[in-house]
Design a protein around this ligand. Structure first.
Ligand SMILES: [Ca+2]
Ligand SMILES: [Ca+2]
Ligand SMILES: [Ca+2]
Ligand SMILES: [Ca+2]
Length: 482
């Protein structure tokens, strides 16, 4: 009997060992084997080479905790346009299967077979030179596209976010990384008309003020069902008058650093919806380019940002590189369920973001730092938006009041109210003010009087929105009273 138990125990131990070993092998197989993905310090930095990936939930696969355990992008290839400087489409990390092909166009016959207005546009279009070769002379477009589309699990370099993505390169920026509004308008329209589901526009401000033409292009893309994702810009100022960061109907993405703080150069304001990694991002280098030389960086020594075999990789900082993280996450969401609308995908991204900087929606990081893992599991039909955009003194009936402007809306709407608390970081709050009532979208939320505060000094005003079940979301702003 004893012998039998011992034998059984040995058998059981062996079985457990085998099962564990099998699991180990499976985990190793499923964890992408791209060397830079989870390494660190390759250019002397203290953090991961592709730190942005695990930060947004692209952790090693197999344990069920990675966004990639839910969706790798292969199930339904999603067409993502990069309205940018083009693409190095022969880069070893850009697979042929990840470049969009216009199936309705017969190549090289000099005829616009699909009658979309562009002759022989097989993989995209070059609006700068007016031809069918969207080659990247600048490096910006290959870098932004690489964050989403670099080949995963090929034992080489970096990993993109979406393994099945189809990149549509639309060249609208010249070798200096600059472009005119008219080219970008044409680029966005081209992308939308050729069925791109997501349009990434990592472009700095094009001109002073808002471009009506570009707003029209964004409206056109939204009508066609595309999601337009743009960078906040890098001037360290309010993006409200910027194009495209201050347009309606786009997702404006701010840049965060390795500590989940907003990067000092990242533009802010009421148009910021979400934030994503933008500090020292590692991606693909288009051949014969040095992006930071093109950008005119004063302290930059040519070639310093190159990395890897044949200098195929490059590391750089900017909100241009934050937007593609959101684009990549959005493309995974659509790959999982292509029937979702742009609006549903937007809700999933915003409502699942990890709150960073000031509590709730804030002007620096929007609803928070992107979390692809949580976004993939978010309810597409639920939203509760609470954004306190501005707290401004105004004259009303001969006395000074404080007007609160912002947004309070939701899918399962309850109500909203205003609270005030003393100091920068109040420990207690009390309800105050007259509220407009009902849902408010980018408009007057309510009014506070001197009596609502009781004394001068520093105060914090808080907007609290509630859904039917009593779940809340808030947003705060400070004000100094005399
Ligand atoms: Ca054509
Ligand atoms: Ca043709
Ligand atoms: Ca790779
Ligand atoms: Ca926040």
């Amino acid at each position: 009997m004893k012998k039998r138990i011992a034998a059984n125990a040995v058998f059981l131990c062996a079985l457990v060992f085998l099962l564990l070993a099998a699991r180990e092998i499976r985990v190793q197989e499923r964890t992408p084997n791209d060397p830079y993905l989870y390494s660190k310090g390759s250019w002397g930095q203290s953090y991961g080479d592709q730190w942005g990936h695990p930060r947004i939930g692209l952790t090693p696969m197999g344990a069920g905790k990675s966004a990639w355990d839910i969706e790798t992008g292969e199930k339904n290839p999603i067409v993502v346009a990069f309205v940018d400087s083009g693409l190095d489409y022969v880069h070893p990390e850009i697979a042929k299967k990840n470049v969009w092909v216009n199936a309705k166009e017969i190549p090289g016959n000099g005829i616009d077979d699909d009658k979309n207005g562009y002759v022989d546009d097989v993989i995209g279009w070059n609006f700068m030179e007016g031809n069918n070769n969207p080659w990247d002379n600048d490096g910006h477009g290959t870098f932004t596209a690489g964050i989403v589309a670099a080949t995963v699990n090929n034992k080489e370099g970096i990993a993109g976010i979406n393994r099945g993505v189809k990149i549509m390169p639309v060249r609208t920026l010249n070798f200096l990384g600059r472009g005119s509004a008219s080219h970008i308008v044409q680029g966005i329209v081209y992308a939308a008309d050729n069925a791109a589901r997501i349009i990434n526009v990592s472009v700095e401000q094009l001109e002073t003020g808002k471009s009506q033409a570009l707003q029209w292009a964004v409206d056109h893309a939204r009508k066609k069902g595309a999601l337009v994702i743009v960078a906040s810009g890098n001037q360290g100022r309010d993006s409200a008058n910027n194009t495209p960061a201050g347009l309606e109907g786009v997702i404006t993405v701010a840049a965060t650093d390795t500590n989940d703080k907003r990067m000092g150069f990242s533009n802010y304001g009421k148009y910021i919806k979400i934030s994503a990694p933008g500090e020292e991002i590692l991606s693909l280098r288009a051949r014969k380019t040095d992006l930071l030389v093109m950008a005119g960086g004063k302290d930059y020594k040519p070639g310093r940002a190159f990395l890897g075999q044949d200098a195929r990789y490059y590391h750089a900082t900017g909100s241009s590189f934050s937007a593609p993280f959101v684009t990549g996450a959005a493309s995974l969401i659509l790959a999982k369920n292509p029937k979702l609308t742009a609006e549903q995908v937007e809700r999933m991204l915003l409502m699942s973001a990890d709150d960073v900087e000031g509590p709730g929606w804030d002007q620096l990081t929007g609803y928070g730092r992107l979390n692809a893992r949580k976004a993939l599991e978010a309810d597409p039909n639920y939203f509760l938006y609470a954004e306190l955009h501005r707290v401004a003194p105004a004259q009303e009936g001969g006395r000074t009041v404080v007007q609160l402007l912002g947004t309070a809306t939701g899918s399962h709407w309850g109500a909203y109210h205003i609270e005030v608390g003393q100091g920068d970081n109040p420990t207690s709050w009390r309800q105050a003010g007259q509220v407009a009532g009902g849902q408010v979208k980018d408009n007057l939320l309510g009014t506070l009087t001197q009596g609502d505060f009781g004394s001068g000094g520093k105060w914090t005003v808080r907007l609290v929105a509630k859904d039917k079940k009593g779940l809340t979301r808030d947003s705060r702003l400070g004000i100094t009273l005399q």
